[in-house]
Design a protein around this ligand. Structure first.
Ligand code: ADP
Ligand code: MG
Length: 233
């Protein structure tokens, strides 16, 4: 529908049971994201950033509220439907890379393409071209344990983008990397996301990262606040 946000979270609530008490993490949370936007989601450790990304990716389910992604309300889907939706529409970059150790770099990038059910002879070329884009064209045969942290995260970025998802979610993607490597990873991620016109929500506790954002929102007390003062696009 026209004028409808690409992604919208409406009155999202999520709490966790802590002993016999309930601990509210997200409280009537609202967010609208336009197509092609680069959002940085700021928040201190424990503020609920991962919880929020897990709801947006459909890994987890809100207690109440709507999670609309490109016109689908994830809260209405069952677990299997959410998994299929995620495979098709979402690319995830994790803090700890999460590559499959028994697969080569190339096979790791190929996996989401296969899971999405894309069956064409150009699949391998596609995986290779994404590895080239992250500067690892010559490392396709390497296993993750032969790659540095920064290289593993570059493979993970290629994997997150290769199946052309409408939305990329990145959860502290530089959290396990040194400063220079982290900066390099952000540059690559930013360029690839923008070149391909993708929407991205990147969670971090690091305010220095805000400079790559179109818009910064901060998670505090279970709600999102706009951050207007940041050096950025
Ligand atoms: P962040 O990613 O911002 O560091 P999280 O979303 O991981 O924050 O966690 C937010 C809060 O929810 C924390 O207090 C955490 O302990 C709690 N929490 C997260 N996941 C669970 C879970 N599966 N069970 C119980 N509590 C959880
Ligand atoms: Mg987290």
């Amino acid at each position: 529908m026209e004028n409808e946000s690409h992604i919208s979270l409406v009155k999202v609530n999520k709490s966790y049971q802590e002993g016999d008490k309930e601990r509210s993490v997200l409280n009537e949370l609202e967010l609208n994201v336009n197509e092609g936007e680069m959002i940085v989601l700021l928040g201190r450790s424990g503020s609920g950033k991962s919880t929020m990304l897990n709801l947006i990716s459909g890994i987890d389910r809100p207690d109440s509220g709507e999670i609309n992604i490109g016109g689908t309300d994830l809260a209405k889907l069952n677990e299997k439907e959410r998994t299929l939706f995620r495979r098709k529409n979402i690319g995830f970059v994790f803090q700890s890379f999460n590559l499959i150790s028994t697969l080569t770099a190339e096979e790791n990038v190929l996996l989401p393409l296969k899971l999405k059910g894309i069956d064409d002879e150009n699949l391998l070329d596609k995986a290779r071209s994404f590895l080239e884009e992250v500067g690892l064209g010559d490392r396709g045969d390497s296993y993750p344990d032969r790659l540095s942290g920064g290289e593993q995260q570059r493979v993970a970025i290629a994997r997150a983008l290769a199946h052309e998802p409408m939305l990329i979610l990145a959860d502290e993607p530089t959290g396990n990397l040194d400063y220079e490597t982290g900066k390099n990873i952000l540059d690559i991620l930013n360029k690839l996301v923008r070149d391909n016109g993708r929407t991205i929500i990147l969670a971090t506790h690091d305010r220095d990262i805000c400079s790559i954002a179109d818009r910064v929102v901060e998670l505090q007390g279970g709600k999102l606040h706009d951050v207007t003062e940041f050096e950025g696009a």
